[in-house]
Write a protein that binds this ligand. Sequence first.
Ligand code: FE2
Ligand code: FE2
Length: 300
Amino acid sequence: MAETNRVLVNELEVLFPKMRGVLGEKMNVGNELDRAIEIVATLCMNTKGLLENVEPSYREPVLDSLGIKGYVLPEGFTFLESNECDTVQAVLWATRKHFSGVSNHILYGHLSHVGKLAKLIGRELGMSEADLLSLYLAGAMHDTGKVDPIVDYIVSKPRKLSTEEKEPTQVHAMLSYLVATILNASDTTKRVALAHHEKLDGSGYPLGLMADKICAFTRIVTLVDIFDAMTDNRPGLIPKNLPEAMGEIRKWENRGALDKDVVKAFFDICKKIGLIEGEIESDLKVKSSHLVNSYDNISP
Ligand SMILES: [Fe+2]
Ligand SMILES: [Fe+2]
């Protein structure tokens, strides 16, 4: 077993027993790694350049999977070094292409919006330019596990998920973490992918982490993820209008699930673009993309 693979498997052996409590006994390290390799191969089929970003020790299984899918390497193909910005661009493009023609598919827009709005909140909180870039990249990669066909099948059903359906979809955080690992992403991106459904009061998944174990990048992506999910057009769900979405965020905050500073930064951004809590038309619908575009228009 390649060294990197062994490190990852060791890491997973530590994480998995904790996850089984949340996700059931069905989880298995090897299976989840195979599912993540399939996701990466699927994305590589859609955007050739992405293959460059596969971490060397995972190239062989990814190439094997591509061969099974009938993919032929372009003439003269060689692996080159590339950086995480290239990876994220390629992942976004591949996600868009993979789901093109599938009605109601929101993953590409979701990844893109979460990355951009997270960066806006980070800026409001005074983060450095380097951290803002890391935040954008992590936000734009946080849900790649949803490309998995089983997870996609369940979350794309045009209705609210039952409790039994929620459990298999929760594995997407783990799969996103593995995809980020296979694509040689930064530790921040990997951490955010794994923990973006964790809550400060320990009520989240897959690990039920408490506040001190949840980094600032994750806290921001978590809030943006919730807002985007509530306000976007998801199959079978009616998007919440802005006052409802703001009310939900306040509820999560009051319960101790969300970071107060992050929530404040979110409401400050809304205020700057004229969306003041308590003073908005009750049926006003506003999406993440609207916040990002409006903010871009007023910033110098
Ligand atoms: Fe997610
Ligand atoms: Fe998400």
